[in-house]
Design a protein around this ligand. Structure first.
Ligand code: C2E
Ligand code: MG
Ligand code: MG
Ligand code: MG
Length: 284
């Protein structure tokens, strides 16, 4: 009885820290199962070229429909996938799904440029099979490498690990393009932009949010865009929600925009259907 009581007492006084660790562990186990059970999907969010007004790229964003917890946001489980190493297998799967989406887009498209952009976390770059696995998927699915953009974060570029530098160079020399995600939130060291042959710079949402109200955010966004252009990179602004933000970004020369103003991330089939009706509207 004492034991019973002790256990109950323990449960009653479980500190939140412990509960958090436990739920993370459960989520890690669920994640392994999720991939096998088809609970994971990639969704696509359109990226619009400001000079043409047309969708030129789409970012693949992972979605997990958990049987108990419902939709779990990636911010909650990607870190767990990274810590546990599950991200390597998961990342290979994500890349393949994104490539398959690119294949479908190419097939229904009118030949206008289209690319699917995939987030690749630093942990995936530790894997020695990353580049070969990506290239094999593209070959199998008959997707030209220039249809894919790899989104990386600043932290990865701070490393001077020769193998990571080499993997980035191999992805790019195979024909894939590189985007630097969330620019401005990390170290924003300019030197590595030259060293690494980045194609796109994604201006972080935090500078876009108050663009029309905060003069210093406008100055930062403009400075990033001017600098990117001088280094030969194109710019994509994230989190564009209003016409005012879009117009200001256009004014300071931003090349592309992505955000709720245009569309939220959506299932691949829905994305492809929306492009078909956009095409029909243009033709009409
Ligand atoms: P991210 O790569 O910077 O992706 C952009 C995030 O901003 C997405 O959140 C997207 O839904 C959100 N977003 C887009 N437009 C707007 C807007 O106008 N307003 C607001 N408030 N938000 C907007 P999401 O899908 O929750 O993803 C969060 C992060 O999780 C991503 O940030 C990325 O770092 C990570 N992530 C998502 N999918 C993957 C994946 O397949 N692999 C890896 N390694 N990481 C992923
Ligand atoms: Mg991204
Ligand atoms: Mg981003
Ligand atoms: Mg982000």
């Amino acid at each position: 009885a004492a034991k019973e009581e002790g256990r109950n007492a323990y449960r009653f006084f479980t500190p939140p820290m412990h509960q958090q660790a436990k739920s993370r562990l459960l989520l890690a186990n669920d994640l392994r199962q999720a991939l096998a059970d088809g609970q994971l999907q990639i969704w696509l969010q359109p990226i619009v070229d400001l000079s043409t007004g047309r969708v030129c790229k789409a970012e693949a964003l992972l979605r997990w429909q958990h049987p108990v917890h419902g939709m779990v946001p990636p911010g909650q489980f990607i870190p767990i996938a990274e810590e546990t190493g599950i991200i390597v297998e998961l990342g290979n799967w994500i890349f393949r799904q994104a490539a398959a989406a690119a294949r479908q887009w190419l097939e229904q498209g009118d030949g206008a440029p289209c690319q699917v952009s995939v987030n690749v976390s630093p942990r995936q770059f530790v894997s020695d099979t990353l580049v070969d696995t990506c290239l094999a998927a593209l070959r199998e699915l008959d997707v030209p490498p220039h249809s894919m953009v790899i989104e990386i974060t600043e932290g990865l570029l701070l490393t001077d690990r020769a193998d990571i530098v080499d993997k980035l160079a191999r992805l790019r020399s195979a024909g894939m393009q590189l985007a630097l995600d969330d620019f401005g939130t990390g170290y924003s060291a300019m030197a590595y932009l030259k060293k690494f042959n980045i194609d796109y710079l994604k201006v972080d949402r935090s500078f876009v949010r108050d663009l029309d109200a905060d003069p210093s955010d406008k100055a930062i966004a403009e400075a990033i865009i001017v600098m990117a252009h001088k280094l030969g990179l194109k710019t994509i602004a994230e989190g564009v929600e209003t016409v005012a933000q879009r117009d200001l970004l256009a004014l300071v020369g931003c090349d592309m925009v992505q955000g709720y103003l245009y569309a939220r991330p959506m299932p691949v089939a829905e994305f492809l259907a929306s492009l078909r009706s956009e095409g029909a509207a243009v033709a009409a």
